[in-house]
Design a protein around this ligand. Structure first.
Ligand SMILES: [Zn+2]
Length: 249
């Protein structure tokens, strides 16, 4: 049962038929892993902590740089030079003391992923490179842990949802096969408009909440592409490849 204090804090959730007290309890018993505390990880971590996700595991090995502040809204100017994982822990605990927070303040290796992913209900990939995304995809698929992944550059954002509990689910590698090279374009060389990360990160948090509640949002195996300049969404179904080295045969 929720305490009186929790009933008050989450009253706007309790008003929703799809959440209610049972749903809020489900959220409070959930554990998620957030990989990357940058432009996407900021809104993801803030919204999930505010929503009362019971246990959050945060992974980021970087220190805060002043160039991050244009888009990484979880942080402020006083934090420059400090580890983002530590800053996030303080910020999120102040936002919601009900949430249990653990941090991994170093770049995640594949061994770390093998250790932590099986123990969580859901993974949010908010990283900024292909190598990490592929490793996260592999380990999530292998352990049948749902993955909500996003990426953004310049004015364009991508959102992908893979519910690996369902056998028909394709994966990230079906879309970007093993020989795909790291794109030359990334946020540090090409730039990105700040609010775009807020939109994509907020959508990751929204989809995570729905998955944790057990709702079936029908975005499984889909790639959503958002054009922030002309405000258009495109929605594709990702074809599961029979010879995919991660999820095929
Ligand atoms: Zn695949």
């Amino acid at each position: 049962m929720l305490s009186d204090q929790e009933k008050k804090r989450y009253s706007r959730h309790l008003l929703l038929g799809d959440i209610g007290e049972a749903g809020q309890l489900k959220l409070s018993q959930s554990k998620v892993l957030i990989i990357g505390l940058g432009g996407l990880g900021s809104p993801v971590a803030l919204y999930l902590a505010a929503s009362g996700i019971g246990h959050m595991l945060l992974a980021d090995g970087d220190t805060l740089d002043v160039t991050n502040l244009q888009r990484q809204v979880m942080f402020d100017s006083h934090g420059a030079g400090k580890l983002k994982a530590d800053l996030a822990e303080v910020r999120l605990s102040e936002l919601n003391p009900e949430v249990e927070i653990d941090v991994i303040d170093q770049a995640l290796t594949e061994d770390d992923l093998e250790e932590y992913v099986p123990g969580v209900d859901l993974v949010l990939d908010c990283s900024d490179n292909l190598e990490t995304r592929k490793a996260v995809n592999r380990v999530c698929a292998e352990n049948r842990v749902p993955l909500v992944s996003a990426a953004a550059i310049r004015w364009e954002g991508h959102l992908m949802l893979f519910d690996f509990r369902k056998p028909e689910t394709p994966c990230y590698e079906c879309l970007y096969p093993p020989d795909t090279a790291e794109p030359v374009l990334n946020c540090s060389t090409s730039g990105v408009v700040g609010p775009l990360l807020g939109i994509l990160g907020s959508m990751q948090a929204l989809e995570a909440i729905k998955l944790l509640l057990g709702m079936d949002p029908d975005l499984n195996g889909r790639l959503l592409i958002f054009d922030g300049k002309y405000h258009q969404w495109q929605n594709f179904r990702i074809q599961k490849k029979v010879d995919c080295p991660v999820c095929g045969g």
